[in-house]
Design a binder for this molecule. Structure first.
Ligand code: SF4
Ligand code: SF4
Length: 441
């Protein structure tokens, strides 16, 4: 189907485009229809970050809210049929994405301190335990306070891993370690994890009817699935009670002796700027690779592991979001003779602004435009937070991004050609061939 729209009374039977037409009754064509869809997808991602920002500081959201309502208005029937205006509106959405990520990041660091690198136990669980998944650090803090001295250990899952880097969160001794990988291992993991499980944002996996953990599954705020218990008004009493009734986690099949490293917030990395610059000038660091983004079930994500694993030893990997679980078990070591780690975990998907901040600092110090820096960006996308991140990067004029593991179905050939010509957006192929193209001689 080249387009689909059924939002107004003039809709053709079963929706404009459903029978193959590439122009709707109103005159909206396939490209405009898809660009409007992309706006809406970007707004979905933006709204998630806006909600977190609103929880931390509601005075910072007005500008974001204005872009959201203006963009929704833009997509109304018979408002705008101009391609360039659509691109401008998309860039406005992207700019709002930059602002929301910057403000959220600053709100996080002012509330929880600037993260510093930390080693976190992986898949090692003890005693009565709650596993927290999602992106909401504010909720984690509230939970840590509510469970203090209650004999309960708190573990992170997926996008909560970076929480361990924040001084005001890791000061709680019952924040123990990380369990599991990216969001989609939840169902399997919860079958063997004997404690309770809280999901405080996307991404939740709807439990199967015959699953054994529904009575141990709790959801927070906007998250919900049939049969799980919703935490109301930040009251964790029911969760604590259920956790204390659960079997101790001792002895379950979660007793590994491995660790993960997180906590390389960009503000911490910027304190290493003199050493990094020396290493670049001395030829010890040849290139930075931003290998970041979402993950989804399936083999597509193996591309990112293969890429990270085969990067030469004089390259630094910057990562964020849950896609890092494809390769964060690898010990990448340090750039020889410098003490600079080769693997830097900037944080959650909303911390993707960190890569931009680092690139800006490098650009200034080396007096080189961002797009000419020895920085390659290889992103993975899964859902609409990735769309807002991509729009944010475009709005900043960042070019030469590789995107995978699959082309987005909402981008047609015309729009892809436009993105390719304007931003040199490239789709990933296979790690070996892409690396040959990406490596600077
Ligand atoms: S807005 Fe245009 S394309 Fe959409 S249903 Fe109405 S006539 Fe069709
Ligand atoms: S990075 Fe994307 S896919 Fe992963 S948990 Fe966050 S929102 Fe979901």
């Amino acid at each position: 189907m080249s387009m689909f729209c059924y939002q107004c009374e003039m809709s053709q039977k079963d929706g404009c485009g459903s029978s193959g037409a590439s122009v709707g009754t109103c005159g909206k064509d396939e490209n405009l229809s898809r660009l409007q869809d992309i706006m809406i997808f970007g707004l979905k991602g933006l709204s998630a970050y806006r909600e977190h920002l609103n929880e931390l500081d509601s005075s910072l959201t007005k500008e974001i809210d204005d872009v959201m309502s203006e963009t929704l208005y833009f997509t109304l029937t018979n408002v705008n049929f101009n391609f360039d205006d659509h691109i401008n509106q998309l860039m406005k959405v992207g700019s709002a994405g930059v602002k929301v990520m910057d403000r959220l990041s600053n709100s996080h660091t002012s509330k929880f301190g600037i993260p510093t690198p930390v080693k976190v136990t992986q898949n090692k669980v003890e005693g009565k335990a709650i596993l927290v998944s999602g992106h909401n650090l504010e909720m984690l803090e509230k939970l840590l306070i509510a469970t203090k001295d209650k004999g309960i250990n708190i573990y992170t899952h997926s996008e909560m891993l970076p929480a361990h880097g924040y001084p005001e969160l890791r000061k709680y001794p019952h924040l123990k370690g990380n369990v599991g990988k990216a969001w989609f291992d939840q169902a399997k993991l919860m079958e063997k994890f004997t404690g309770t499980f809280v999901v405080n944002t996307n991404c939740i996996v709807p439990p199967k009817k015959n699953c054994t953990y529904l009575d141990r599954l709790f959801t927070y705020k906007i998250v919900g699935v049939e049969g799980a218990t919703q935490i109301e008004d930040d009251n964790f009493d029911e969760l604590i009670k259920r956790t204390l009734e659960c079997e101790d986690a001792n002895g379950v099949d979660l007793n590994e002796d491995t660790t993960l490293v997180t906590g390389h917030h960009y503000k911490t990395i910027l304190t290493l700027a003199p050493q990094i610059l020396d290493a670049i000038k001395g030829g010890k660091i040849k290139q930075f690779f931003v290998v970041a983004g979402c993950d989804a079930p399936g083999k597509g994500g193996e591309y990112y592991r293969e890429l990270a694993q085969t990067l030469p030893k004089d390259t630094v990997i910057l990562t964020s979001s849950c896609g890092k679980f494809r390769f964060n078990d690898i010990d990448f070591g340090e750039i020889e003779g410098t003490g600079i780690p080769r693997y830097l975990d900037l944080g959650q998907c909303n911390d993707s602004n960190g890569a931009v901040e680092i690139a800006k600092a490098l650009s200034q110090a080396l007096d080189t435009p961002i797009n000419d820096l020895p920085v390659s960006i290889v992103l993975s996308w899964m859902e609409q937070k990735a769309v807002i991140i991509l729009l944010a990067l475009f709005s900043l004029g960042v070019k030469n991004i590789y995107l995978g593991p699959k082309p987005p179905q909402f981008v047609n050939e015309d729009i892809f050609n436009f993105l390719s010509q304007t931003f040199n957006l490239t789709l990933t192929t296979n790690a070996k061939d892409d690396l040959k193209k990406l490596l600077i001689a």
